[in-house]
Design a protein around this ligand. Structure first.
Ligand code: C2O
Ligand code: CU
Length: 474
């Protein structure tokens, strides 16, 4: 079948990140999928891509692919990314989760001017903290991400990753109608997220094609493994819906959240990893059950939407496992996990600052808006800090039906409690935390990276309709 041949072709380019293929892509064929080294060139342009079998959509790309090339750098390296914009609209690049200096954060009107059509900008920063991150435009981001302007950004630890296979799966959703939400591309507002023409009653069910690395269904790349391989899969959610990812046929561990390693991860089997917009989870398993196994979405529309990739053992006959993607499995409760590294706060220690962010959905002047403490950006109250402050933030989701995956730029935070219950030991560290309706979390961070930073919902429809504030150093 030509569909799966196509998938095979792409697997070399898009997904396999063994040393061999990293070298191969260094040799630069026309569409490199993994870029390594200290200097990286990214060019944005419009392109047509076959997203699902027979379904070609006009998309916006970095280096002619969706996702853009995966960037892989080594911990401690100073890297340089030369961005050239060949799109008809201005763009920027934000390094989601990477604690970069403020001037490199890619926020139009705050940390830099948007890069105009035909112009260039060079990002330069040190890749200090190993982990799974991603990059995306932050100009009119609700639309530009929707059109495909994103890619994976992996910082490998100095000592190496210690696995035989290291795959990255970037999740997203598309509309088969080819319509992108709120297609007026004129937004050039301060945060790059405010977008006055957005239809706030956005019906998320319009997203009817789910993709892994920009492909749906039979076009999704295969993940080759050999018996005995230690396999790491990095999951990145670049979309606006949560996905319930399940690996078939194997026990697995969740070894990192938002790039940060977990202590003593438990062994899981009939569980899904629930991954919200902007979040990352790394899972690891040993290839000890030859055959062909799916890693796929078990969410509501999963059966029809096509978010599934095949783990293909060397020599395993064609055909797939008997997946039941509508089976409801329990999501891993990440609050049970701990991270020793850099977890240094407790619930009742003394903090120099405390804030509360009440997140809500409200009607204002006949429009649905997403508020923080009753206000929409730029009227929201900024979090004002001085370098060295220890800051505790209570986040409460008062919306009746919507999740709010809250993302803080430039900092990691530690999750101290969930629904009033302290998380014991050394709670997890994240940069994007999903709050379901009615949930309340307390998080803490150290103000250690000066500048003006965004703190916003990563359902970018919500961000564009107000759910944004700033963390400001004074
Ligand atoms: Cu990926 Cu301001 O976000
Ligand atoms: Cu939200």
């Amino acid at each position: 079948c030509s569909g799966s041949m196509n998938g095979m072709d792409h697997s070399k380019m898009n997904m396999e990140e063994t040393n061999e293929s990293a070298k191969a892509s260094d040799a630069q064929t026309e569409k490199p999928a993994v870029l390594t080294g200290k200097e990286i060139n990214l060019t944005t342009s419009v392109s047509n891509q076959e997203i699902a079998p027979g379904k070609t959509l006009p998309v916006w790309t970095f280096n002619n692919s969706v996702p853009g090339p995966q960037i892989r750098v080594k911990q401690g390296e100073m890297i340089k990314v030369n961005l050239k914009n060949q799109l008809p609209e201005p763009v920027t690049i934000h390094w989601h989760g990477v604690p970069v200096p403020n001037a490199m954060d890619g926020i139009p009107g705050v940390t830099q001017n948007a890069v105009q059509p035909g112009q260039s900008f060079t990002y330069e920063f040190k890749a200090d903290v190993p982990g799974t991150y991603w990059y995306h435009s932050h100009q009119d981001s609700v639309n530009q991400l929707d059109r495909g302007l994103y890619g994976a950004f992996i910082v490998e630890p100095k000592e190496g990753t210690g696995v035989d296979r290291d795959y990255t799966l970037v999740l997203d959703e598309w509309m088969s109608s080819g319509e992108m939400s709120g297609m007026n591309m004129s937004g050039s507002n301060m945060s790059g997220m405010d977008h006055s023409t957005m239809n706030m009653g956005e019906d998320m069910s319009m997203y009817d094609l789910y993709t892994i690395n920009g492909k749906s269904g039979s076009l999704v790349d295969q993940l080759p493994v050999k018996q005995g391989d230690k396999v790491r899969i990095r999951l990145i959610n670049a979309g606006y819906l949560s996905h319930q990812i399940h690996l078939h046929g194997h026990e697995f561990k969740v070894i990192a959240t938002d790039g940060q390693p977990i202590n003593n991860p438990g062994i899981l089997k009939d569980n899904v990893v629930s991954i919200a917009p902007g979040e990352r989870y790394d899972i690891e398993f040993t290839a000890n059950n030859p055959g062909r196994w799916l890693i796929e979405d078990h969410g509501d529309k999963a059966a029809v939407a096509g978010m599934k990739a095949t783990i293909a053992y060397e020599g395993a006959p064609a055909g797939s496992d008997k997946a039941n993607e509508s089976e409801k499995l329990t999501a891993v409760d990440m609050s049970r996990y701990g991270q020793a590294s850099r977890s240094n706060f407790t619930l009742d220690q003394k903090y120099t600052l405390q804030y509360t962010m009440n997140l809500n959905t409200e009607m204002k002047n006949g429009e649905m808006v997403y508020t923080i403490n009753g206000k929409t950006f730029p009227e929201t109250e900024p979090i004002k800090v001085k370098k060295g402050d220890t800051v505790k933030v209570r986040l409460v989701n008062n919306s009746k039906t919507e999740d709010h995956p809250m993302h803080l730029h430039g900092h990691f935070f530690q999750v101290l409690s969930k629904n009033g219950k302290p998380l014991g030991g050394s709670p997890i560290i994240k940069d994007t935390l999903n709050l379901q309706p009615g949930e309340e979390y307390v998080v803490a961070f150290e103000a250690n990276n000066e500048g003006n930073w965004m703190f916003h919902c990563h359902d970018l429809h919500h961000a564009s309709a107000g759910m944004v504030t700033e963390l400001k150093y004074t």
